[in-house]
Design a protein around this ligand. Structure first.
Ligand code: FRU
Length: 495
């Protein structure tokens, strides 16, 4: 049975989608079908297709009572919209169906585990959102909310755990057929923790352990946890709220955190060995991962940040897009990311320049465009006299441009979008201390879709991501050097 609320959402999105032209959307990044999108949800491979669900408010390009939108894909780059799957229509989720995950049941049905939200008492009073975990089961297109919902509420919480910050389940099925679920929560110290729950059948859940504790180190509440094994290590991805900067590693506000370490089966908890940001740019949050049928760990994040949502004008047709699918690996104890290898199939119109010496500003025939995959390698022309600064301007015309610049003496890479038409006093640039560069050498892979840039630094040891919404005529690409830079560049259009 489809509720009235879901029927209305499906009707609305079907009509609203038609008012958005192809050019008004990214070409190979998933964007909101209508209205607003935030976190990826229930990212999975099910019955021969990739499914991406997402936090969704179809009726306006701003956050509102959360629904789950839905799209499917066979290559993770071209998405087909499907009807929305969840609407806030029950007592326990009447104020929102928040983030969650998906797992296939042994009988072949797909189970969604999500957070139901209900405002208690006076609306909008702080700490009044009661958060519980709920299930919907279906065939990949239509889902029925489970009559036993909620399946986890305050009664399963350990002592001191908040019932108001208890959200974003990540669920998986173990080899022995039982289920585990990781949830973001706030203990009595006011920071964040991840709680592990277990279930025999996926429907009845018990608390097992405090899986990882923030202890007020990386922001406060930890949202949207993910957990997986990769290259002989265990990895937690989570998105802390209210972060403070630690040097260049983390920045103020909502950020991303990758913890690499070991899972301790005796205590059912995680032993941290290493921490780092997942992305060092402006727009990346709440990623989820899947294992592809051929064994790749692929991550997609919300290509946006809560504190910078005002970059777009409020009358836009849609708000919110997902990042590129990124293949993850662990090398020398660090997280590496690479654009999904299938992206190379979209490459056309190669333009290549090797060993060019840059001094001042320069453009190159064949190098321009808003949907571009470009590999750049630079080194000082004279190792004894290292250049001061190298930069790439893109999405450029007389009015607009975005810049990525590198200063070898400080070893700092910066992405800057202040000339992208924003009229708001929000963050427009971010810097990172580059890992893996010496003596002015740097390699960058820059992937541009119509409204975003994702830079993979030194073979993906760091990434920097930013969105911008300038007119597509701003499609110039220019290189500049203060000093003498020797550069190799290969550029493809992505079609
Ligand atoms: C993260 C988040 C989640 C929550 C959802 C609500 O971006 O705040 O914790 O489930 O968004 O839309």
């Amino acid at each position: 049975m489809i509720s009235q609320a879901l029927r209305e959402a499906r009707f609305y999105e079907d009509v609203a989608e038609k008012s958005v032209s192809e050019e008004e959307r990214p070409a190979f990044h998933l964007s909101a079908r209508a209205g607003w999108m935030n976190d990826p949800n229930g990212f999975c491979f099910y019955k021969g297709k990739y499914h991406m669900f997402y936090q969704y408010y179809p009726y306006a390009p701003k956050w509102g009572p959360m629904h789950w939108g839905h799209a499917v894909s066979t290559d993770l780059l071209h998405w087909e919209y499907m009807p929305a799957v969840l609407a806030p229509d029950q007592v326990y989720d009447r104020d929102g169906c928040f983030s969650g995950n998906a797992v296939e049941l042994p009988d072949g049905r797909l189970m969604l585990l999500y957070t139901g939200v209900r405002l208690e008492g006076v609306r909008k009073e702080s700490n009044s959102e009661v958060q519980v975990q709920c299930i919907a089961v279906g065939d990949g297109e239509n889902f029925e909310k489970y009559e036993g919902n909620p399946v986890m509420d305050e009664t399963v919480l350990p002592e001191g755990a908040s019932r108001f910050d208890f959200r974003d389940p990540k669920v998986w099925r173990c080899e022995d057929g039982t289920y585990r679920c990781l949830l973001g929560n706030r203990p009595s110290d006011g920071s964040g923790q991840l709680l592990l729950f277990g279930s025999e059948d996926g429907f009845h859940w018990k608390f097992r352990s405090v899986f990882a504790s923030n202890r007020n180190r990386f922001g406060k509440m930890w949202e949207c946890p993910d957990f997986f094994e990769l290259d002989g290590k265990h990895v937690i991805l989570t998105s802390p709220q209210d972060m403070l900067p630690h040097g260049f590693e983390y920045h103020n506000g909502n950020g991303t955190l990758c913890l690499i370490g070991e899972y301790d089966a005796d205590t059912e908890s995680f032993r941290e060995e290493w921490n780092q940001s997942v992305d060092y740019g402006i727009d990346f949050y709440a990623p989820q991962t899947i294992l592809t049928p051929d064994g790749r760990r692929v991550m997609i994040g919300w290509m946006q940040n809560w504190d910078t949502c005002e970059l777009r004008t409020p009358h836009g047709k849609w708000q919110g897009q997902m990042s590129l699918p990124r293949e993850l690996s662990i090398r020398n104890g660090r997280l590496y990311q690479a654009p999904l290898k299938e992206l190379e199939k979209l490459r056309a119109n190669k333009a290549e320049y090797c060993g060019v010496v840059l001094e001042g500003e320069q453009t190159f025939p064949g190098i321009h465009g808003r949907k571009v995959d470009m590999e750049i390698r630079i080194r000082p022309q004279d190792p004894e006299n290292v250049y001061k600064k190298f930069s790439i301007h893109f999405a450029m015309n007389d009015d607009y441009h975005i810049t990525i610049s590198y200063r070898p003496h400080e070893n700092v890479l910066k992405i800057d979008r202040k000339f992208s038409g924003s009229r708001r006093a929000i963050i427009h640039q971010r810097r990172c201390k580059v890992v893996g560069s010496e003596n002015g050498e740097l390699s960058l892979r820059l992937v541009l879709d119509r409204y975003s840039a994702e830079a993979f630094v030194n073979d993906g040891i760091q990434t920097m991501t930013a969105t911008y919404y300038t007119p597509l005529e701003a499609d110039g690409i220019m290189f500049a050097a203060d000093g003498k830079v020797c550069m190799d560049v290969v550029k493809y259009d992505l079609i």
